[in-house]
Design a protein around this ligand. Structure first.
Ligand code: GMT
Length: 381
């Protein structure tokens, strides 16, 4: 199959899922064409079945906001014709679903029939998309999609609750490549960060308000009242400087380290004892799954799809959003040497259920179904 994939190329869950899925499809023999405004971060090697098409955004003095969505649709039309695409798969509804709708309709006029699948990832539904400034277009373009997937049952429910979506949404959870995300022997690294055998707590995110990273720092401060511990904060984003300030004011400078955007996050996870995901909203929690695959148990909130991943009392604990006190108490239960090995084992076991090879066939079957259904629809008309 020739597949056109549209995604955000930067750091962020939806772009990672899109790129990893495209790479896996390419290994299955499909030709995968990424269409976006810059090279996706994890698309940094050669494969004969992988292609990258850059969307040209031309500035013009009249434009305060250059029309990215139109440029994207135009590029999609262009790539579809040149590369004989069978399907578009767009990740994150805003504005990719409406761009895909526009591309599909333009192609239709020219006698080229290509369906599109929209994968809903999270904030495209829970924050950005439901804002009144965007909602009518988001609802329309989701309903116009030839196939819709959501990364958790909770996100599917949220979509039906907040948008007048009349079509079936298929839940296909996110996945993990266990060849990459696995516990590696990095004892020297652990020794360097935790010279006195302290427990290592980790958080990775894009430091947006929705992640409530201040709660991570607060929980850490409670933990280290009882247990010697260090905190590693991986990632970058708008809240980072505020969090740095909070850490400076409340922690010892030697105990907290900001690592910024790390490519080899699995190396840090390999030596970590506990992952904190304190988000206010989280449709799936890919960063938590990556941690679990490296045998790191989890304290998460009960937001969104997190309870579909984290098993309370087994792979970690689930707490109410903002309940720092309970999170800290439960963290200490996990970090107790009598309990930690059991939690680590369970985290890995759970992560194995989301192994790429289990999830890839779901997407492949869905691709085939959408393409066949669309052919039938077009031939009936
Ligand atoms: O919030 C992020 O980390 C980025 C965001 C995105 O769309 O790029 O992530 C969302 O999609 C991820 C991949 O499906 C999910 O694992 C995240 O849970 C989801 N984030 C939120 O819902 C806040």
């Amino acid at each position: 199959m020739n597949i056109g994939v549209v995604c955000y190329p930067t750091y962020g869950g939806s772009g990672v899922v899109a790129t990893e899925l495209g790479k896996a499809m390419a290994l299955e023999g499909h030709k995968v064409h990424f269409i976006t405004y810059s090279q996706p971060t994890r698309l940094d090697f050669f494969n004969e079945n992988l292609f990258y098409h850059e969307v040209d955004i031309k500035p013009y003095p009249l434009f305060q906001y250059p029309p990215y969505e139109i440029a994207l649709s135009s590029k999609m039309v262009d790539v579809a014709k040149k590369e004989n695409l069978d399907l578009f798969h767009v990740h994150y509804a805003v504005p990719h679903a409406s761009a895909a709708y526009m591309a599909r309709e333009i192609l239709k006029v020219e006698g080229v029939h290509i369906p599109f699948i929209t994968t809903l990832h999270g904030t495209d539904i829970t924050i950005v998309g439901k804002d009144a400034s965007l909602e009518p277009v988001v609802t329309f373009s989701i309903n116009q999609s030839d196939g819709i997937t959501a990364v958790s049952s909770d996100l599917k429910k949220d979509t039906y609750d907040h948008f007048k979506v009349t079509k079936e949404i298929k839940v296909i959870p996110n996945f993990i490549d266990l060849d990459r995300f696995k516990k590696q022997k990095k004892d020297h690294f652990k020794k360097a960060i935790c010279p006195n055998d302290e427990k290592l707590i980790v958080h990775t995110s894009n430091f947006r308000k929705v992640k409530r990273v201040d709660d991570v720092v607060k929980v850490f401060n409670e933990i280290r009242k009882t247990t010697p511990a260090k905190l590693l904060l991986v990632g970058d984003g708008p809240e980072r400087s505020a969090i740095e300030k909070l850490a400076e004011q409340t922690c010892s400078i030697d105990d907290v380290r900001f690592l910024g955007k790390l490519e080899a996050v699995e190396e840090v996870l390999s030596v970590s004892d506990l992952f904190l995901m304190t988000s206010e909203k989280e449709s799936f929690g890919l960063a938590a799954l990556e941690a679990m695959a490296c045998e790191v148990p989890l304290i998460s909130t009960n937001a969104g799809g997190l309870p579909e991943l984290n098993q309370d009392g087994i792979t970690g604990f689930i707490c109410d959003v903002g309940d720092v006190e309970t999170m800290s108490k439960k963290a200490l239960i996990i970090l107790d040497d009598n309990n930690l090995p059991q939690f680590k084992k369970a985290a890995l076991k759970r992560a194995q259920e989301f192994e790429l090879s289990n999830i890839l066939p779901m997407y492949e079957d869905f691709y085939n179904k959408v393409v066949e259904d669309y052919k039938d629809k077009v031939s009936v008309k």
